[in-house]
Write a protein of this length. Structure first.
Length: 202
């Protein structure tokens, strides 16, 4: 059992971790996926379908009673995290805007919405009345921070990785370009030699 002195730090810290986990998939699904599809030259009407997938968060109250009836909030949160991790990996393995891509995205959003229900309920249960203000501030800050990481940090890391791969590939491209250039110079020297012979130059 956590003492009251430790609760002042432990509960807000736990709220930060939980709500970072809650905000990150929301930022991925609502913004980063949009950026990814735009980068892959997917047409705008198809990208617009992301907003319809986001309706799952709005409709999560339909299955929220199930979390109160079966299992615990910790189990639901852990299970949602596992599904989210697999969904993140799945988005990178399937073709963008393919039926499999949308299927994985729907699973991701559904798991994220379920995680939201479990974390919100758990936060209400474990937060003492005297810590409501601190915990509320911590969870809002963590949620917004997670969205910033998802919408800005992830694309930045991807662009940096692509730039490093391009730089690493330049020597290889250069080495592949040298043989044709050398062959071109040899052909030019040979033509010049033949021209000199025809002109009587030894």
């Amino acid at each position: 059992m956590i003492s009251k002195n430790n609760q002042r730090f432990a509960i807000p810290a736990l709220a930060c971790i939980l709500y970072f986990s809650e905000g990150f998939p929301f930022g991925i699904a609502t913004d980063t996926v949009n950026t990814y599809l735009s980068f892959m030259k997917i047409d705008l009407p198809t990208i617009g379908l992301i907003s319809s997938v986001g309706l799952i968060w709005t409709l999560k109250f339909f299955w929220s009673p199930l979390l109160d009836l079966a299992g615990t909030y910790r189990i639901w949160t852990s299970g949602s995290l596992i599904v989210l991790s697999l969904s993140f990996a799945g988005l990178g393995l399937v073709a963008p805007a393919s039926p499999a891509f949308w299927g994985v995205l729907i699973v991701l959003v559904f798991a994220s919405a379920t995680q939201d229900i479990a974390i919100d309920a758990l936060a209400i249960r474990i937060t003492p009345h005297e810590l409501l203000g601190v915990v509320n501030s911590a969870r809002v800050a963590a949620y917004r921070g997670a969205m910033l990481v998802a919408t800005g940090g992830v694309p930045l890391l991807v662009s940096r990785d692509q730039a490093e791969r391009q730089v690493a590939a330049e020597p290889e491209i250069g080495s592949q370009a040298r043989p044709p250039e050398r062959a071109h110079r040899l052909a030019a020297d040979r033509d010049q030699h033949h021209a000199g012979q025809r002109a009587g130059v030894p």
